[in-house]
Design a protein around this ligand. Structure first.
Ligand code: AMP
Ligand code: MG
Length: 319
């Protein structure tokens, strides 16, 4: 459903987001496909709508720096960049706050979270204000396709997969935000974007280390560090021993012996399973088990992305 931006469509956007639906909106960079960042299943819906083969971490958008910095551990460097460039095309990757309300799927299970205060219309900023936990929004295009800079692009690419598209006119920058990682002592540029590296460095009074991998330009999420549990992880298991923790999709038959068990979706929903994946892994990793065994995962829908993340989590640990 494509609607011009009016008080009514903005109100509808807020209601839909509150209900866990997807709303596409204009920012100064590109159109974003938004969901309430605190709702795991809504976040899973983003990956399903985009047909993303993998759960890349998403950027959470906020009305102002104060709300953004309530969910992450911001330091003086972050405050200085925010004062200089927000609202604007700069994304900051910071460590999550101890009580970060953002769904673990949105951060792909990582201890960091990307945050940004975008330039949006006054109307949409009031929608953002209604979500102090953030609106996660990757570009509103099918995975692997060009980023959308008009509402019509979004409609053509995603159509019915989006519950509401608010037409806020063409995007001014038409280029994604620059991504700066401030989670460690050395600031790093993870993605070139609509803000020049030199401008960021001028404000920081410091050079950025470059962590942009030219080989993965087409899918920038690939260069991101991946969540990995501390325990060995074994895929495609059909049984569990007493010293093992088990992660299963919906059927726990055969895993009765496991000392800890997580059933991702008793009803067999790939969306629910995706939403619970990382929090379940974190719980099993914190258990007394020596290893984590993983049962068969679904093949359709979000199954491929779930298996992709589990394979990465298992890499070098177990199989
Ligand atoms: P998009 O999907 O276009 O919104 O792009 C999101 C960008 O932010 C990608 O380049 C991601 O790799 C990057 N990103 C988001 N969250 C994180 C994170 N926690 N750590 C590192 N990079 C991130
Ligand atoms: Mg994109």
């Amino acid at each position: 459903m494509l609607r011009p931006e009016t008080p009514e469509s903005l109100k509808l956007a807020q209601t839909l987001l509150r209900d866990g639906a997807l709303v596409a909106f204009a920012t100064e960079t590109v159109y974003g496909l938004g969901a309430d960042a605190t709702k795991g299943e809504a976040v899973a819906g983003i990956y399903a709508a985009k047909g993303r083969p993998s759960f890349n971490p998403l950027i959470a958008h906020f009305a102002d720096a104060q709300s953004a910095f309530a969910v992450v551990q911001a330091d003086e460097r972050a405050a200085r960049l925010a004062a200089a460039f927000w609202p604007g095309p700069l994304t900051l990757v910071l460590r999550r706050a101890a009580y970060c309300p953002i769904a673990s799927l949105a951060g792909a299970g990582l201890p960091t979270q990307a945050v940004r205060v975008p330039q949006v219309s006054d109307g949409f900023r009031s929608v953002l204000r209604a979500f102090p936990g953030g609106i996660v929004a990757p570009s509103a295009n099918p995975s692997g396709k060009l980023s959308p800079t008009t509402a019509q692009h979004v409609q053509a690419g995603l159509g019915e997969a989006v519950d509401l598209i608010i037409d806020g006119g063409p995007c001014a920058a038409g280029l994604e935000s620059a991504v700066v990682d401030l989670s460690g002592p050395q600031p790093k540029l993870l993605r070139h974007g609509a803000l020049a590296q030199a401008d960021i460095e001028a404000v920081m009074g410091q050079k950025l280390a470059l962590d942009v991998d030219p080989a993965v330009k087409a899918s920038p999420g690939q260069m991101v560090q991946h969540y990995a549990p501390s325990k060995p992880l074994f895929l495609n298991a059909s049984t569990a021993k007493a010293d093992q923790a088990a992660l299963v999709f919906s059927d726990s038959n055969g895993f009765e012996q496991a000392c800890a068990l997580e059933v991702l979706s008793p009803s067999g929903s790939d969306v629910e399973a995706a939403a619970r994946l990382f929090s379940a892994l974190h719980r099993l990793d914190a258990s007394s088990a020596r290893a984590i065994v993983v049962g068969k995962m679904p093949v359709g829908g979000l199954g491929a992305a779930i298996v992709d993340r589990l394979r990465r989590a298992a890499a070098g640990r177990g199989e």
